[in-house]
Design a binder for this molecule. Sequence first.
Ligand code: PLP
Length: 393
Amino acid sequence: MKCAGKIDVRDVDESSINIDPIQAGGRLTPEAMKAVIAYGDGYSVCDQCRKPFRLDQIRTPPVDIFHRELAAFVNMDVARVVPGARRGFQAVADTYVQKGDPVLITALSHYTEVLSIEANGGIIREIPKDENNIITADAAAAKIEEVQREFSRPIPLLFIDHFDYQYGNRHQVQEIIRVARQYDIPVLYNGAYTVGILPVDGKELGADFVVGSGHKSMAAPAPSGVLATSSERAAEVFRTTAARADVTGRTFGVKEVGLMGCTLMGVTLIGMMASFPRVQERVKHWDKELSNGNVVVEALRSIQGTKIQSEYPRNHTLTRVDTIGSFDKVAQSHKKRGFFFSNSLKDRGITGIIPGATKVWKYNTYGLTQKQAKYLASSLIEVAEENGIPVNR
Ligand SMILES: *Cc1c(COP(=O)(O)O)cnc(C)c1O
């Protein structure tokens, strides 16, 4: 079946259990699906845009209220929607990072943080991870000291990912922010894997900026996300235009320079808004997500030669696993090579693992029901046993 021309219908999330790490938290709610169809046209949220002509002030649909609720959701003062977490990083880096400034990220930071710094001529300095792949406050303090000795200028920004995208490990965010505060370094909390799936309290963490991803963790279409700030930082990051054009003498009202005026003007915003009530509710059930995740982790651990590379016990549903001693051994002599594994799962209605991967791979159980988690767990064990890999039952 085709949508149009050569574009296939996509039914991955209707027809399968999808454990793709980056897709689990962004899967749309039924409410969002309906809303995006109605708001698919360009600039659709602008029907009732009135003075002062800015996205966050639109009252019908209630975009203004949504902005206030978004700020409250992460316990910050002001929030704006942005086209992806990366555009949140960009707005912040554009405001604070100048050519030659040292900017701190971590050894497990996402590449989009790097790009936002690079675009402004900043110099990347990484806080190393420890032997358990955790970013600690001690490592942050040591790195800040080192960078201060190396550079004769202040560090304008530190990025910290609460859970990283590689291991899904939890890092010492609150403690790192406390350390950064002692050196007067503003901190951007990267909640790409938290905002929208577990409770986030920006004030309690002490963050200057909280960034979330709509399409990764808030059941919203891409590209969408949130940038929330303290009121003090809002005046800087969300500064309004002061330009006056020379020939016409035009000025440009209250448009925010760092956001290029308005950001999400149609499906993306409406999708975020339509999913939001469910997202607000679902963050309260993170414990259930973790227990479902554990069912799968324990199944993998029971397959001889399999190692959980992420921290254990797990604090997140995104997990990295090493099956070099199990499924990869089978792949060496299997006629389908590594594809035997993804194909066997596919035959059981499970998708989202990179086809052919049998060495080190990631999956995310976020959003699975307990029944689906148990089915996934028993499927992994079945595939192991079918191929002669011993399982410790
Ligand atoms: C996915 C991800 C991003 C990028 O998010 P977008 O919303 O796609 O821009 C940034 N940081 C981390 C840690 C991520 O996992």
